[in-house]
Design a binder for this molecule. Structure first.
Ligand code: NAP
Length: 288
């Protein structure tokens, strides 16, 4: 690509950002769509998030993604927050407006688009959700808002599971999330579930671990969706497959959260074939 006086800039703020795959998503899209823009990662030190947002606005950046640990903190520096992001309590995409940035959450619709593209349905399903961190909270909102029939939310610390379940049930007006301690997994009903793995256990370099090791647990899973994409074949996925279930990693979620951000920034729809071409680039970068 050629950078000239007309090149528009967007990027990612977080800490760390050095291993991000997001530039490959956005710069590939820009190339395919012949957009004169560039996406750059910005490493922002703790305590510098609000100055970073003001600086980005002053420098005429048209959009930013936000990653850990700033998805909540960033909300204090915005002039407007989309209703969905407000409910989830996390913003991962900033869109430039007159006078400042508006915050969105594209992680949750990204996961939904990723699951739909694999033929995985949430509506009417009984779901096991592992974890109660930032990602799991967004998944719990997704499941409740897409009318899952029941979600068993299992977390190592029960208080966090209870807090997330209480908040999601209240904000969606549904009694659909049931909090449980992770160690109580044997109390889950004897049936087959869609299981969504949203803990950080198994994330590179901790590749030999799964949050639950017991085979009996995996016999209850018909489909396992791990939000982790590095490695692309997690121990959780292997355990699901060993008991006859289908298993997916989170790279498509990453893809679609990026595609949706790009759509918001540029006010367009990325055709599905193009999204899949970008996915090919991501898989090549991951060596899969
Ligand atoms: P987080 O807020 O730090 O939450 C971590 C979760 O993992 C908590 O529920 C925590 O339980 C649990 N956990 C950590 N160590 C554990 C252990 N040894 N045993 C049992 N539970 C443990 O992290 P997050 O932001 O939600 O991210 C979670 C995962 O999702 C990460 O692996 C991240 O890479 C992935 N993710 C993927 C995408 C994507 O685009 N594919 C997007 C976002 C996140 P406690 O509450 O008990 O500590």
């Amino acid at each position: 690509m050629t950078i000239d006086g007309y090149t528009r800039t967007c990027g990612l703020i977080g800490n760390p950002v050095e291993h991000t795959l997001s530039p490959f998503i956005h710069n590939t899209l820009a190339e395919k769509l012949s957009h004169n823009l560039v996406y750059v990662p910005f490493h922002v030190e703790e305590g510098q998030v609000l100055p970073a947002i003001s600086g980005a606005y002053a420098l005429n950046l048209f959009g930013l993604n936000v990653t850990v640990p700033y998805k909540s903190q960033v909300m204090d520096g915005l002039i407007q927050i989309d209703e969905l992001a407000e409910k989830i309590g996390a913003v991962n995409t900033l869109v430039r407006m007159e006078g400042g940035f508006k915050g969105y959450n594209t992680d949750m619709p990204g996961l939904y688009r990723a699951m739909s593209s694999e033929g995985i349905q949430i509506e009417g399903q009984e779901i096991i959700l592992l974890g109660a961190g930032g990602a799991a909270r967004a998944v719990a909102f997704l499941c409740a808002s897409k009318n899952a029939s029941k979600v068993y939310l299992l977390n190592r610390s029960l208080e966090k599971a209870e807090a997330v379940a209480g908040e999601v049930n209240e904000k969606t007006g549904k009694e659909v999330i049931y909090p449980m301690a992770l160690s109580d997994y044997h109390r889950l009903p004897n049936q087959k579930f869609l299981a969504i793995q949203a803990t950080s256990v198994g994330l590179y370099p901790d590749v030999d671990n799964a949050v639950i090791e017991d085979e009996a647990f995996y016999r209850k899973i018909h489909t396992g969706y791990d939000l982790i994409y590095k490695p692309s074949d997690t121990r959780f996925m292997q355990l699901v497959r060993q008991q006859g279930g289908k298993a997916f990693h989170g790279l498509k979620m990453l893809l679609y959260q990026g595609i949706i951000a790009y759509e918001l920034w540029n006010d367009l729809s990325v055709p599905e074939e193009m999204a899949l071409e970008v996915y090919k680039v991501l898989k090549e970068k991951m060596g899969i």
